[in-house]
Write a protein of this length. Structure first.
Ligand SMILES: [Zn+2]
Length: 396
């Protein structure tokens, strides 16, 4: 055996080692067309097929792996409040980069972006494509455009309820290859709670080991509990009317729970919440339901000098009655509202999801129903029927 033979064998062995765990450089062949779920009339999606267009120099083609169904999608499905029909919905999506224009090198946080990377999108700033996440440190992004809530155009691949999506220049995109699929589907809703907790922290009242009440244990309240837990806040009481959701709240990190259906009147309920804190009112409360009565009630659970973050009213749920004397002035309660998130919150969310996993919080259990794209009408109906928690469309 001469040195050339040895070199050949070494190369072959190295090749086999690399072949066993190939560095993914190509997303495979890109097909000519993509399916999309197009909402064509109220309560009706049609699966349509469109050509995948040639990419511009700043565009990215993403093969969709999955997308959560949001309350916003359900409102649009039921009533079209944004007047978008026909529209490809789905904004809580994630997938793999399979092709990109020559100008694309990095994501919105400055991380390198390559074919094969897993990504999520955030807001689209078409009027100011130079905007970066760090300019938006204090500004929330409510009102900006997002993929999945765009009017239909001649590209059509505008939402995550599809096989492929074209991310156009001017959109924010994040490389989240270090997160698994379930975590990536939860990024958008979790960012809403990261923002709420950041808002809560501005009061100076929410601290390590505060007594915190979380009212409402849908996906939003449950994520709120998980975030508090990852921050080292353990004295959490969850409040809801569904025993199953309260059980879930404990898995997410709540220490105790109160089922409001077991108590008559606000005095009894307040006593139950204080009892759950060992005889104390809460230092801080998060209101995570869209119920005006729940808003009225929550002040009673908070101690003098305590704080409140209201984040439940993504749509107009009507007026709530409070007694300004007892509820706000005499107690000196500091209240903050919370709405959507900032790009900075998005980056924080990636870290939260890793930390939650590291301390054993079973976030993936929040995704209770999974449907293929062709069953999207059933997926939306399941969401509207209020069964389960997070419903997701998962592509094979
Ligand atoms: Zn959403």
């Amino acid at each position: 055996m001469n040195s050339a033979d040895i070199e050949r064998i070494v190369k072959q062995v190295i090749g086999e080692i690399q072949g066993a765990a190939p560095a993914k450089k190509s997303g495979g062949a890109v097909p000519a067309t993509s399916r999309v779920a197009m909402l064509t009339s109220l309560e009706n999606f049609d699966i349509k097929e469109y050509p995948i267009p040639p990419l511009g120099d700043d565009d990215i083609l993403v093969k969709v792996e999955g997308c959560g169904v949001c309350g916003t999608d359900a409102h649009e499905f039921k009533r079209d409040p944004f007047g978008l029909i026909p529209v490809v919905l789905g904004h809580e999506g994630t997938g793999e980069v399979v092709a990109m224009g020559k100008n694309v090198k990095k994501d919105s946080a400055g991380k390198p972006l390559n074919i094969g990377d897993k990504v999520v999108t955030c807001m689209i700033f078409k009027d100011n494509p130079d905007i970066t996440m760090f300019d938006l440190n204090k500004q929330n992004v409510g009102g900006a455009d997002v993929f999945g809530l765009l009017p239909d155009d001649d590209i059509h691949l505008n939402g995550w309820f599809a096989d492929y999506m074209v991310v156009r220049g001017g959109s924010t995109i994040f490389n989240v290859s270090d997160l698994d699929l379930d975590s990536r589907i939860l990024i958008e809703p979790a960012a809403v709670l990261i923002h709420a907790v950041e808002r809560a922290k501005t009061t100076g009242i929410l601290r390590f080991n505060s007594r915190v009440a979380v009212q409402g244990c849908g996906p939003i309240g449950l994520l709120c509990i998980a975030i508090l837990r990852t921050m080292g806040i353990e004295n959490i009481v969850a409040i809801d009317g569904e025993e199953k959701r309260l059980e879930f709240a404990k898995e997410m990190g709540a220490e105790r729970s109160v089922n409001f259906k077991n108590y008559k009147g606000i005095e009894e309920l307040t006593a139950a919440v204080e009892g759950a804190f060992g005889g104390y009112a809460a230092d801080f409360a998060f209101q995570c339901t869209g119920s005006p009565v729940a808003h009225s009630n929550i002040y009673k659970f908070i101690r003098n000098g305590g704080g409140l973050c209201e984040l439940g009213f993504f749509i107009n749920g009507g007026d709530a009655t409070i007694n300004p004397h007892f509820d706000i002035c005499a107690k000196e309660i500091t209240t903050v509202g919370s709405w959507v998130y900032t790009l900075r919150d998005y980056a924080t969310t990636f870290d939260f999801l890793k930390r939650a996993k590291a301390i054993g919080l079973p976030l993936e259990k929040l995704i209770t129903h999974r449907f293929p794209l062709e069953q999207i009408n059933e997926a939306l109906k399941t969401n509207l029927s209020m069964q389960g928690l997070k419903i997701a469309i998962i592509n094979e």
